[in-house]
Structures are given as C-alpha cells and as structure tokens.
Design a protein around this ligand. Structure first.
Ligand code: SF4
Ligand code: SF4
Length: 105
C-alpha cells in the first residue's frame, strides 16, 4: 500500500496569505501544522519501527491486544501530539500508515 502524505495546499496558501496580512511590527503569525495518522492495524506486524521513529512519542504497540495475524499492532496513544512529519509512514516496511497534515491558525 502506498504511503500517502496529504498536504492541504489550499489551506497552506490561504494561511500564507493571511500571514502576510498579519505582519505587524516585524512579527509574522505562523500557521500551526497538526498531523493525523491512520494505521491499518490488521496489516501491522508489530515491528516497532514506527514507534521508534516518531519524534513526539505519539505511537505505541498494543501490549494486551493482537490483530488477526497475532501481532501486537501499533496505535496512536497520544494523537494530539502528532506534527504530521510522516517519519512513521516512511519507515513502516509494509506501508500500513497514512499521514494527513492539517493547518490551523
Ligand atoms: S506523522 Fe510524525 S509525529 Fe505523527 S505519528 Fe507519525 S512520526 Fe509521529
Ligand atoms: S512500522 Fe508498520 S508494521 Fe511496524 S509496527 Fe509500525 S505500523 Fe506496524
């Protein structure tokens, strides 16, 4: 399965334009980028690579549950800390992770 990283280009453009309008006295208001991960837990083999790759400790393996293949699968234990960097999706050998990026004020 292909890794997908969705940048919301229209929102980025909109916020970039707002940032220019908000330049006052040398300060630029920056858009905040948040991420959201979707993990195909049935395909996950619990290798832990995504957990190790995440810079903000969003991911963990379920240590008391297994998927249909018998693996402890990855899940987002702290989803609000995701910054949408895609490191987890890049390192996953089986392409189980999709990352979405959202910009907000
Ligand atoms: S996108 Fe980055 S911050 Fe979010 S879960 Fe993956 S590695 Fe962690
Ligand atoms: S890197 Fe992929 S296969 Fe390995 S634990 Fe994470 S989601 Fe599962």
């Amino acid at each position: 399965m292909a890794t997908i990283c969705h940048d919301t280009k229209n929102q980025l453009t909109t916020h970039a334009a707002k940032g220019r309008n908000n330049q006052t006295k040398g300060f630029i208001k920056m858009a905040k980028i948040e991420g959201a991960v979707i993990i195909d837990q049935e395909r996950c083999k619990g290798c832990d690579l995504c957990v190790a790759a995440c810079p903000t400790n969003v991911l963990e393996l379920k240590n008391k549950e297994v998927n249909d293949r018998g693996y402890h699968f990855a899940y987002a234990v702290r989803p609000a800390d995701c910054i949408g960097c895609s490191s987890c999706a890049i390192v996953c050998p089986d392409g189980c992770i999709e990352v979405y990026r959202i910009t907000s004020k």
